[in-house]
Design a protein around this ligand. Structure first.
Ligand code: NOJ
Ligand code: NOJ
Length: 465
């Protein structure tokens, strides 16, 4: 009897050891190959982003939204896309080992500043908030949703980063002659953007999706950050009067951002005071609010990646996305994230308008980036607390009040990776990231090599490190 039992245990623990060993092995291999894919895709993102900066046939300093010239025509310089992309370009400039890339980027950044000044001084239909320009630098005067005042704010955020790079490189003269002269009226790009934002943030404008006119969380988060980042630079350049003024306006924006909170829905409502543009967005769900915590992040953490209202919005938007898209009904990793439930924009391919919106690469990577950044911030704080506003977010992570901060951070990083795994799932062997992937089939769709998709991958990986 004993012999049989022994035999049984021996046989089965052997089998168990094999199974366990195999599983450990499989997990190790899987993690390794996932990390390898991450580095590979990160390199591809740079390889596909860089050619869209000052491509042949454009004014130097141009950022084309994509090279696609029809269905959709993205062969334009959008101020918003450029502001976001330039921040990724600066990361790449500072980190790259590739000397050709480095040279191209150094020249591009200088040209971008000069082209931006030309854009600012152009006679456009809506002034400084004009959303897009032809690739030769001329204003685009066709019908469009204008102004879009997040543009100058995002550009200002990028230019403060550039000022920092130039100051560290001993190029203070470039900073003072091209970016921030501290004069009124100003002759420099960054100061002009800051003055514009400081005096126009109260006005309604079109949102980042170029569809709704009103007051938007996304645009205002960008404006608030521009003013705070700008104030930091103004202080460094002994323009303390301006710094105080920018901080005051940032404080005013912060107060109005509170008005977007809808306690009953558990979300920050993307747009209030709508006074134009399309009016079928009723759910109050929009992933732009979530990425505003990235693009509008400030050191004080207000409405940032650990803010209760932002965490709640993150979870509500996530849950909505789960039910909107067919591709979220299977077992693919993570959740595919699109713009908003009522979206009809299919990427500009035939059938638009009136089509079906799809998940977007830059939003799905944005969800990953949010979690990586949030993990790092909670670790820095050393604590977290669960309350009635944020409880659903922590529940989704499987974290309760007995969990430690390191358990929280680990849960966030692995969920973050599940969103990147989702990008891998719908991406291709060539590593090219367009704008969207089809909500039913999962196939890539919309503008090919969208510059912003690549920028979003680069900043997400920067946050993952
Ligand atoms: C093109 C815009 O860029 C896109 O965001 C929008 O959804 C469509 N036009 C429809 O307005
Ligand atoms: C459509 C997007 O909605 C908008 O945000 C973007 O600026 C343009 N495409 C160009 O990429």
């Amino acid at each position: 009897m004993g012999g049989i039992l022994n035999h049984f245990v021996r046989r089965h623990s052997f089998a168990l050891a094999i199974v366990l060993g195999f599983q450990l092995f499989a997990t190790a291999v899987k993690a390794d190959s996932f990390n390898e894919w991450v580095s590979w895709q990160r390199q591809k993102a740079a390889d596909y982003l860089i050619p869209n900066l000052s491509p042949d046939g454009t004014a130097p300093g141009t950022v084309v939204a994509a090279t696609s010239k029809s269905d959709p025509d993205y062969w334009f310089h959008w101020i918003r896309d450029a502001g976001i992309v330039v921040q990724a370009a600066i990361l790449e400039f500072e980190g790259t080992q590739n000397s050709d890339h480095k040279k191209h980027l150094a020249k591009f950044l200088l040209d971008f500043v000069d082209l931006s000044r030309r854009n600012q001084l152009s006679n456009t239909l809506s002034g400084m908030g004009e959303p897009k320009f032809h690739v030769n630098g001329d204003p685009f005067n066709g019908p469009w949703g204008r102004p879009q005042n997040d543009g100058p704010a995002l550009r200002a955020i990028a230019l403060v980063q550039l000022a920092d790079v130039w100051i560290k490189a001993g190029k203070m003269d470039w900073v003072k002659t091209r970016l921030y002269d501290g004069k009124i009226p100003t002759h420099t790009t960054l100061k002009a953007d800051l003055e514009f934002v400081a005096y126009h943030w109260q006005e309604t404008c079109f949102d980042l999706w170029e569809e709704v006119k009103g007051k938007h969380v996304y645009s205002r988060m960008a404006m608030r950050r521009a003013l705070l980042d700008g104030a930091w630079l103004a202080d460094r350049l002994d323009d303390s009067g301006a710094a105080a003024f920018y901080r005051k306006q940032a404080g005013n924006i912060e107060r109005e951002l509170e008005w977007h909170w809808a306690a009953d829905k558990g979300t920050l409502i993307p747009t209030i005071d709508r006074d134009g543009g399309l009016d079928y967005k009723h759910a109050g769900i929009d992933a732009s609010v979530v990425i505003s915590a990235l693009h509008g992040a400030t050191p004080d953490g207000k409405f940032g990646v650990t803010d209760d209202k932002m965490l709640s919005t993150f979870e509500r938007v996530l849950e909505a996305n789960r039910t909107i898209y067919g591709v979220n009904k299977g077992n693919a990793p993570g959740v595919a994230i699109g713009r908003y439930p009522e979206d009809q924009y299919n990427g500009g391919e035939p059938g638009f308008p009136g089509g079906e919106g799809n998940p977007w690469f830059l939003l799905t990577t944005g969800y990953a980036e949010f979690l990586y950044r949030s993990a790092a911030e909670f670790e820095k704080k050393g604590s977290f607390s669960i309350n009635s506003i944020n409880e659903r977010f922590f529940k989704w992570l499987g974290i309760d009040s007995g969990s430690s901060v390191s358990q929280l951070a680990a849960a966030m990083r692995s969920r973050g990776d599940s969103f990147l795994a989702r990008v891998k799932f719908h991406g291709g062997d060539d590593g090219r990231l367009p704008e969207q992937f089809n909500r039913h089939s999962g196939f890539r769709q919309g503008a090919k090599d969208l510059t912003w998709s690549n920028a979003a991958f680069i900043t997400a990986i920067d946050a993952r490190r």
